[in-house]
Design a protein around this ligand. Structure first.
Ligand code: ADP
Length: 328
């Protein structure tokens, strides 16, 4: 039986990711299609506490599917971690008669959603939106594919100049705890080596790889470094390598926040649409405290508990082995 849900709100929280707008659009329009009153919360949980809640209609999400960032804005909100903050957020939701919440974000956002729904009678569905691809229960998170494409575009340009000058480039990409962006970018760019937070790679091993490349007449080398690599960022690694290996002129590029922006790829637009559509349909079926995610080519539910506790090592080790073989 369909639960008595009449009003649903959607928010984006934590780090923004390309594809969030496609997802917001899908949430709002699926709700309206089903006769639900839809609301948008501005600036994540902070907006719930500050009563920054606006009604949304089908036209309020027109022409946003192709935009990066999030039209609802996002924020990090420490107040939501307190009981008082959660109670204020709930009071504001009640004032708008909002029965259910769709949250788009990463593990912090899901932790907040889980605690909130334990404390107050609110149905919640989480949508994995983060460029880091570090959530259990979805093979791909929203924004990850676009971020990799952005990295690839940048590194292709770096390769042109590296090759012209016989240079060794260390390129730092995002991923404090997750090497997913680094690993897939390494494959797609033909990087000579990749350093990940999940795997200890010794400098000796790295230098050996670079020496073999130089001996077999590689005219340039690119090493992708995850920002969370245990031996330091790209500048640290480059400095250590330069002390012992001076075959090439060595340069460093930090890609930084450009990885978060840009128009979402077709994959992220479609994923965002599918996840948003599924999130509202699940709420209307009575699901709560669940995450909708992509497994294989199916949208499936994972409880927030499982998504949060099973979250951790997601790196595809077979792909790591393959990068070594293909970069000889
Ligand atoms: P992400 O969702 O991208 O992982 P954060 O870790 O910054 O980003 O989390 C986003 C927001 O989720 C935080 O600013 C906070 O409002 C909320 N949040 C995170 N952890 C908790 C928690 N333990 N209890 C309540 N809310 C939390």
């Amino acid at each position: 039986m369909r639960p008595n849900i009449k009003n649903i709100a959607v928010l984006t929280s934590g780090g923004d990711a390309p594809g969030m707008n496609a997802c917001i659009r899908a949430v709002v329009r699926t709700g309206i299609y089903n006769g639900i009153n839809m609301f948008g919360v501005l600036q994540g949980y902070q907006g719930l506490i500050n009563n920054n809640i606006i009604p949304m209609d089908a036209r309020s999400v027109s022409n946003i599917i192709h935009l990066g960032g999030t039209v609802l804005k996002t924020a990090r909100c420490l107040e939501f971690k307190t009981d008082e903050g959660m109670d204020q957020a709930y009071a504001n939701m009640k004032a708008h008669n909002i029965d259910a919440l769709v949250v788009i974000g990463g593990d912090g956002t899901f932790t907040g959603a889980r605690r909130f729904s334990e404390r107050h009678p609110v149905s919640v569905i989480g949508i994995p939106g983060t460029i880091d691809n570090d959530l259990y229960g979805s093979d791909f998170t929203l924004g990850y594919d676009t971020a990799i494409n952005t990295v690839i575009e940048a590194i292709d340009k770096i390769r042109d100049t590296a090759d012209s000058h016989d240079r060794l480039f260390f390129v730092e990409v995002m991923g404090r705890d997750s090497g997913c962006i680094a690993l897939r970018s390494a494959i797609a760019c033909g990087a000579e080596a990749v350093l990940l937070p999940e795997k200890a790679t010794s400098l000796e091993e790295l230098i050996r790889t670079l020496e073999i490349g130089a001996a077999t007449k590689k005219s340039s080398s690119i090493v992708i470094v995850s920002e969370g690599h245990k031996q330091g960022g790209a500048y640290d690694i480059a400095k250590h390598v330069k002390e012992r290996f001076n075959h090439y002129d060595t340069k460093v590029t930090i890609l930084g926040h450009l990885q978060r922006g840009g128009s979402p790829s077709s994959f992220d637009r479609i994923l965002g649409s599918r996840l948003g559509y599924a999130a509202v349909n699940e709420l209307l079926k009575g699901s709560s405290r669940q995450m909708v995610g992509l497994r294989g080519n199916d949208i499936q539910l994972t409880s927030l508990d499982e998504a949060l506790t099973a979250h951790s090592f997601k790196l595809e080790s077979d792909l790591l082995e393959m990068t070594k073989v293909l970069s000889i």
